[in-house]
Design a protein around this ligand. Structure first.
Ligand code: PHE
Length: 396
């Protein structure tokens, strides 16, 4: 670096120093990603997860699924003769924290692959970092279309093993219109959540296209606990159902307050409802409501039966869809590493992109040119504090 002469402003000096430092860090990381882990060293998988906060079951379940898959692979001899290890950081359900810990996993821990996040909003924070440092990222369950995109372009290093919200929203609109024969539905969305806003829009446009009427479109923000004003407005419009594409904590509180106001119509929603905590918080208020999900642990398919058995033996309790998707995401990443020409970021990336016909617990996974999986979904009805399987919807 040139010596700076004269009275350069302090800010400029600091900025230059910061640039140099970041450049040095990027060079080191870029070469780490390019060459992969040192010979004989274990392969590190980084996991970004909400282990605490209002979405704590999301991160906890995913982590259990991932660790089950990785331990099975290690027992089979690992990958390319090396053992694997998982490093998980808690992002507390916060977007800024997700970026911070993603950078830490890439720069300090030098992970070969990133898994996470569950929530689209936090995957959107991780994605540019994966691309920048050329470390492949597989999100188990972020369904918003923007996650694998940078504007119109596909993000080279970002993949997902789940379906997308245009499909999920349209499937629930069709279910409301064609199966439940509903005509008047209200929407209550979380305006601070990319997933919720997207899913509300995809549902609404399909429902209208099918001749239904959206009688109200209200909003809230994650962390809110009083939804009475919105629900009172909705009640006046006499809907036959309320579509609430949020996450389980707020959805359960909304359900309780809906019943407190004397509104008895079913609520409907998407995969964000999936949590054992949903029923605990809702205290029966969601009986008769419907939501879409990635899989049903009641399914008699042999892969599902085997997974549920293994999960129960290790952790106790039935695996929810995040556990199944975490398991699938880790297996897709590991199967790609096994096929990859070496363990560099670009080689693993190419191998993940070539994933075809992978037999996952949540369905057969083939990644398309946009780095998305095209898979069926299941519709569940809440009965006796459990989601009971109602229907499977195949992709078009
Ligand atoms: N699909 C949700 C999102 O993108 C996350 C989610 C997936 C939540 C699966 C629960 C179950 O934000």
């Amino acid at each position: 670096m040139h010596r700076v002469r004269g009275l350069a402003p302090l800010a400029l000096l600091l900025a230059l120093a910061a640039c140099e430092k970041r450049k040095a860090a990027e060079d080191t990381v870029a070469s780490a990603a390019a060459s992969g882990p040192a010979a004989g060293a274990q392969i590190l998988i980084g996991h970004v997860a909400s282990l605490t906060g209002n979405e704590a079951t999301f991160g906890d379940s995913t982590d259990k699924g991932i660790r089950l898959a990785v331990d099975e692979q290690n027992a089979r001899g690992g990958i390319k003769g090396r053992q694997l290890a998982v490093k998980t950081y808690d992002d507390q359900g916060k977007q800024e924290e997700a970026s911070l810990v993603t950078t830490r996993l890439v720069v300090d821990d030098k992970v070969s692959v990133l898994l996470g996040e569950v929530a689209s909003k936090r995957s959107l924070a991780m994605a540019p970092i994966a691309d920048q440092y050329q470390v492949p990222m597989v999100t188990p369950s972020s369904t918003n279309p923007k996650v694998t995109k940078d504007g119109d372009k596909v993000r080279p290093y970002v993949f997902r093993v789940c379906y997308l919200d245009p499909f999920q929203g349209a499937a629930m609109a069709r279910f409301a219109r064609d199966t439940l024969k509903l005509k008047r539905v209200a929407v209550l969305r979380d305006v601070g959540n990319d997933y919720s806003v997207g899913l509300a829009d995809f549902f609404l446009s399909k429902f209208k296209e099918l001749g239904g009427e959206i009688v109200d479109d209200q909003s809230y923000k994650a962390g809110d606990s009083d939804f009475k004003a919105q629900l009172t407005a909705i009640k006046r419009k006499k809907p036959e159902a309320i579509f609430v594409p949020g996450y389980y904590t707020e959805v359960a509180l909304i359900a309780r307050q809906t019943r407190e106001l004397g509104l008895t119509v079913p609520l409907m929603g998407g995969d964000g409802w999936e949590s054992s905590k949903l029923f605990e918080i809702a205290r029966g208020a969601l009986e008769g409501s419907y939501f879409s999900n990635h899989y049903s642990p009641d399914d008699s398919g042999p892969r599902i039966v085997e997974f549920v058995k293994k999960f129960q033996a290790r952790y106790g309790g039935v695996p929810d869809s995040m556990a199944a998707l975490g398991y699938d995401a880790a297996r897709v990443a590991m199967e790609a590493m096994a096929r990859a020409r070496d363990l560099s970021g670009p080689a693993i990336r190419d191998a993940i992109a070539a994933t075809k016909g992978f037999a996952g617990v949540t369905g057969v996974i083939t990644l398309d040119a946009e780095h998305n999986a095209v898979k069926p979904l299941v519709v569940l009805k809440i009965e006796g504090n459990a989601g009971k399987y109602v229907a499977t919807v195949q992709p078009d």
